[in-house]
Design a protein around this ligand. Structure first.
Ligand code: COI
Length: 362
C-alpha cells in the first residue's frame, strides 16, 4: 500500500491550451515541461512525508545542498502513452521502481517503495493528462522521477534530507534527425563507468562522465558515443544513455552482459523477451569491439541498434574510431530492428497485444 498521497491543491494551469497545443504539435525531446510537478521529502528523523502535486517551478535550494558538491542524485525515465480509447498507460513501471531502489542503495539515498513510486506517477500524469499526446502517433509524455540530497551540509556522508520530484515533458523522437541510422564514435579516450563504481545505477554522474565522449563523437561527425570497459578497453559497454544490441545472420541477438558497469535497461530487457518470442536466440555476453568489427566486416553481424526508454530502438548504421570505420549491413535501418521497434511501440500504444502484461494504467 502507498504510504504517501500526492494531493493536487491548486489545479489551475500555468500554460494556455493554445501554448500546449503548439508544443504537442512538435514536442522534440526534453525541451518543454508541463504545468505540474510532484514532490515528497525524506528526512532521517521522519522518513518520507509531504507528498503533493504543485505548479512546475524552480526549486529553491541552499548553495550548500549536498547534491551540488557530491552529486548524490538518481533518476528514472519512463513514458505515458495515450491509447485509441483515450486512456493513458505506462510501460513496466515496477521495473523502474525497482531500479530506482537499487540506484538509491548504491548512492546511499533512501528507498521509495514501489507503491509510493507508482502513486507519484499516477498523481503527476493525472494532473498533466492534457499533456499526453494524442493516440495514433509515436509521441508520448516522458516521465522523469528524480531524487537528490537537499541537506545543506558540506561534510561527506549520506544526506539527512532528500527530495524526490517527478516532472513530465512531451516527447517525440530522441535524436534530432528522427529514427535514422546513427553514426557511433567508439571512444578510445574515456570510459563511462568502472568496476565497483556506479555504472549500473541511474545516477547523474554516469551521464556527466559520458559528456566529453559525446562531444568527441560530435567532433568526428557522429551522433553518439560507444564506451568500452574501463579495465581492458576492449569490450563494449553502452552508449551515452542507451544500451546496444547486435543481430547476426544466423538469428542471434547479442548484447553486452550486465557487468555492474552497464545500466539494466527496461527496454533492453523487453527486447530480449520480444526477441525470444520471435525465435531469435538472445545472448548476453562479453562483446569485444574487435570481434564486433570483424563480424560486421564479414557480414555475420547484419544489424545493430541502440535501445532505451527515450530512444526506444534506433538503428546504428556505422561505427567510427581512430582505427577506421565500419558500415553495418548497407548502412540503413535493418529489417529485424524495425520489426522489433514496431512491435514494442505497438504494445506501448495499445495496437499490439500486451501478452506479457507490461502495460500499467495511470
Ligand atoms: C531514458 O532513456 O529514459 C534515459 O534516461 C536516457 C536519457 C538519455 C534520456
Amino acid at each position: 500500500m502507498s504510504t504517501l498521497s500526492f494531493p493536487l491543491s491548486d489545479p489551475s494551469r500555468q500554460q494556455s491550451d493554445a501554448d500546449r497545443d503548439a508544443v504537442l504539435a512538435k514536442p522534440g525531446f526534453g525541451e518543454h515541461f508541463t504545468d505540474f510537478m510532484t514532490h515528497a521529502r525524506w528526512t532521517v528523523d521522519d522518513g518520507w512525508t509531504g507528498g503533493e502535486v504543485v505548479p512546475f517551478a524552480p526549486i529553491s535550494l541552499s548553495p550548500a545542498a549536498a547534491v551540488f558538491h557530491y552529486a548524490q542524485e538518481i533518476f528514472e525515465g519512463l513514458k505515458a502513452f495515450r491509447h485509441a480509447d483515450g486512456s493513458v498507460w505506462t510501460f513496466r513501471p515496477e521495473k523502474n521502481a525497482e531500479r530506482l531502489q537499487r540506484s538509491a542503495r548504491r548512492l546511499a539515498l533512501p528507498e521509495l517503495s514501489t507503491e509510493d513510486f507508482l502513486a507519484s506517477l499516477t498523481a503527476q500524469v493525472s494532473a498533466d493528462e492534457p499533456w499526453v499526446p494524442a493516440a495514433g502517433g509515436e509521441d508520448s509524455l516522458y516521465i522523469r522521477p528524480f531524487m537528490f540530497a537537499s541537506e545543506a551540509f558540506l561534510g561527506v556522508r549520506s544526506a539527512h534530507q532528500v527530495d524526490y520530484y517527478v516532472i513530465t515533458s512531451p516527447a517525440g523522437a530522441y535524436f534530432p534527425r528522427g529514427v535514422q541510422p546513427l553514426v557511433v564514435w567508439v571512444s578510445d579516450s574515456y570510459a563511462r563507468a568502472g568496476a565497483g563504481g556506479t555504472g549500473a545505477a541511474k545516477c547523474g554522474g554516469n551521464y556527466a562522465s559520458s559528456l566529453l565522449g559525446k562531444k568527441e563523437a560530435a567532433e568526428h561527425g557522429a551522433d553518439e558515443v560507444l564506451f568500452l570497459d574501463s579495465e581492458t578497453h576492449t569490450s563494449i559497454d553502452e552508449l551515452s544513455g542507451m544500451n546496444v544490441m547486435a543481430i547476426t545472420k544466423d538469428g542471434r541477438i547479442l548484447t553486452p552482459e550486465l557487468t555492474g558497469a552497464i545500466l539494466e535497461g527496461v527496454t533492453r530487457d523487453s527486447i530480449l523477451q520480444l526477441a525470444r518470442d520471435r525465435g531469435l536466440e538472445p545472448a548476453e555476453q562479453k562483446m569485444s569491439m574487435d570481434w564486433v568489427t570483424e563480424n560486421i566486416a564479414s557480414g555475420e553481424i547484419t544489424e545493430m541498434f541502440a535501445c532505451g526508454t527515450a530512444a526506444v530502438i534506433n538503428p546504428i548504421g556505422e561505427f567510427r574510431s581512430e582505427k577506421g570505420s565500419w558500415t553495418i549491413g548497407d548502412g540503413g535501418s535493418g529489417a529485424v530492428t524495425l520489426q522489433l521497434r514496431e512491435e514494442l511501440t505497438g504494445i506501448q500504444q495499445g495496437s499490439v497485444e500486451d501478452r506479457h502484461g507490461w502495460l500499467h494504467k495511470l
